[in-house]
Write a protein that binds this ligand. Sequence first.
Ligand code: SF4
Length: 357
Amino acid sequence: MTGNPPIGLLAELTHRCPLSCPYCSNPVELTARDCELDTAEWTSVFGQARDLGVLQVHLSGGEPLTRRDLPELVSAAADLGCYVSLVTSGLGLTRERLADLVDRGLAHVQLSMQAASPTLADRIAGAKAHDRKLAAARLVRELGLPLSVNVVLHRANHDELADIIALAERMEADRLELANTQFYGWAALNRPALLPTRKQLAAAETVVRDAKRRTRGRMEIVYVLSDYYERFPKPCMGGWGAHQLTIAPDGTALPCPAASTITTLTFTNVRDTPLADIWYHSPAFTAYRGEDWMREPCRSCERRTIDFGGCRCQAFALTGDAAATDPVCHRSPDRHRVDALLDAPAAPDEFVMRGRV
Ligand code: SF4
């Protein structure tokens, strides 16, 4: 199956980051600075992506503000007519830098927050970051850009959920994404300490429902479930190789941000192959596109066009077979693997903090 054109590009400009979050989904082995695509290479990627049909470019990392050429990269993507979004911790954002990025066409900022209380937030970030993030949010609002706040939820911050929502309201966020931790990359090392409890998730449902009602028309709230506790898996990426692609800092093209964890796949690099060939024809992008790759129970399941058999990275992480039914699904013969993780005794709230490059 060759597929439809992509609409979104996640450009991971760098793995360098001033924070050390234990839930980081970037790979355990990070890309070193001297292996990163340079300005001309990224500019070429943006042009090829636009030719393919991409309309949204998300500049991410690591921390994209660590790239000195970020202004040129914003210009390159915006001049192609793309909607350009900056996915940032906010550290390193000054009024001058942001004003320049806005002049060059930056359209949106997504800011990560770790918790509502500064002490907990700084402990999770591994740095004195909370107050600097609030300052960055104020700059975004003052310069008139739409602001999204992203908070990764886990056992250590779930009990602050109501306060986190109140904080995002005070920050005047247009959108709040509350995403339960996905256990890929570094986050998988911390799964025993990060998995929220059933009680926390039950309480969250009421808090989120009430908050959505209260903030309707003012702040959109998106709540991403902790799928280990669900009966059906998430419709990961809207299907493999269906709508978006990720380019890692060294130019490796990935069907989803966590796909490099699937060690049975071979990924192609934009330094070697045109992006259109990668999207339409490379082994990794075509491996799980559509339905032909599915086995039972997915192959004959009525939900296969809703969840696409779940997440390939999760299937690989929990079974060693990326073509298996996502073990989160209660129809999967591997569901017992997820149940065993949920039934394991809770680990202390001690994190293996993310290393840096
Ligand atoms: Fe989804 Fe496959 Fe489970 Fe059906 S059997 S619900 S398609 S994961």
